[in-house]
Design a protein around this ligand. Structure first.
Ligand code: ARG
Length: 357
């Protein structure tokens, strides 16, 4: 009975840990976590809450952790026992510099810390996605400039309707992706306020300088309501929505390329490097990459619906449900980045059969 009980408790605890932990995925933003902590201790020292000695020791410790994680000397292993990236960094810091490491978290909660990390991460990714959309726009513009005299049928109901140029057709997608780009910029502007200093939900009695940390981290200012600051995931929903629209545009474009690539149309020739063959039917050249990009839209929409559903019943302020924001946002971001890069490559290597068109 005792043995059973002991073993049962242990196994349950391990299961609880595995279910509860986020280190396996929130390690993705260790750089942002460390960056946020460095700004936080600079502010604490400026306000006289931490000594300059503590500040310098903590910053040196954090920089050494960052360097070791970057070059692989320090590895985040899931059986380290740490629950999340915040406790991993703080624990490693305390191992390295001693007691001062524990003072890093003065005037801060993991609730405002994770809100900050996720915002910093998302902001970096928005910039990266915007750059990929810009590359696609440049590629489309190049195709348009070369094809102002390339005539082709314009379709309605997938029936030949009126003559158009290839430039005109490409220009329609140019408009769609231009709107996508401006949506990303809007989201970045609206989300760019710093939640740090909100504490768990109601701030702290320490005389923090929230304007200062906001400025150090490149925000337009601090957020205004501490409860909203730790509970707001609107910017992720907006981003997932913008990513869903990008995916929808890519999917429509891919569908056209798939049609144009058929033997019946033969408008385009997808480069060998972006298609695959069949072992049994040598006449085939399959537009796999276009089909995969079309298919991946489903998983990006899924992330948007998951996030909306997760958020809809959560009372103020922070609740653990919100930890679910990470994996699905990361997956949607990585998926769309991959799709954009591959799509641009496919377009730039694709040739148009002007005579057939
Ligand atoms: N891993 C948590 C998350 O992603 C961090 C915040 C934890 N806060 C807490 N009160 N347990 O949401």
């Amino acid at each position: 009975m005792k043995l059973w009980g002991g073993r049962f408790t242990k196994e349950t605890n391990q299961l609880v840990h595995n279910f509860n932990e986020s280190l396996s995925f929130d390690q993705k933003f260790y750089r942002q976590d460390i960056r946020g902590s460095i700004a936080h201790v600079k502010m604490l020292a400026k306000q006289g809450i931490l000594t300059e000695q503590d500040r310098d020791d903590i910053i040196r410790g954090l920089e050494s952790i960052l360097e070791d994680l970057d070059n692989g000397k320090l590895v985040i292993s899931s059986d380290s026992g740490y629950e999340d990236i915040h406790s991993f960094v703080e624990g490693t810091l305390t191992e390295r510099i001693g007691e001062a490491g524990k003072r890093l978290h003065t005037g801060r909660s993991r609730n405002d810390q994770v809100a900050l990390d996720m915002k910093l991460y998302t902001r970096d990714e928005i910039d990266a996605i915007e750059a990929l959309v810009k590359e696609l726009l440049e590629e489309l513009l190049a195709v348009m400039e070369k094809n102002t005299d390339t005539f082709m049928p314009g379709f309605t109901h997938l029936q030949k309707a009126q003559p158009i140029t290839l430039a005109h057709h490409m220009g329609a997608y140019f408009e769609m992706f231009s709107r996508d780009r401006s949506r990303l910029k809007d989201i970045r502007r609206r989300m760019n306020y710093c939640p740090l200093g909100s504490g768990a939900l109601a701030g702290t009695t320490y005389p923090l300088d929230r304007e200062y940390t906001a400025e150090l981290l490149g925000f337009d200012g601090p957020t205004l309501n501490s409860m909203d600051s730790v509970a707001d995931r609107d910017y992720l929903i907006e981003l997932l929505s913008a990513l869903s629209i990008i995916s929808m545009h890519l999917s429509r474009f891919c569908e056209e390329i798939i049609i144009w690539n058929t033997n019946e149309y033969r408008f385009v020739e997808i480069d060998d490097s972006y298609s695959t063959g069949s072992s049994i039917m040598p006449q085939k050249k399959n537009p796999d990459i276009a089909e995969l990009i079309r298919g991946k839209s489903g998983r990006v929409y899924g992330a948007l619906v998951s996030m909306l559903t997760t958020m809809k019943g959560i009372p103020l302020a922070y609740n653990k449900d919100m930890q679910e924001d990470k994996e699905l946002t990361f997956d949607a971001i990585d998926t769309v980045k991959g799709c954009l890069a591959l799509f641009t490559g496919m377009i730039s290597s694709m040739s148009f059969r002007k005579e057939v068109m």
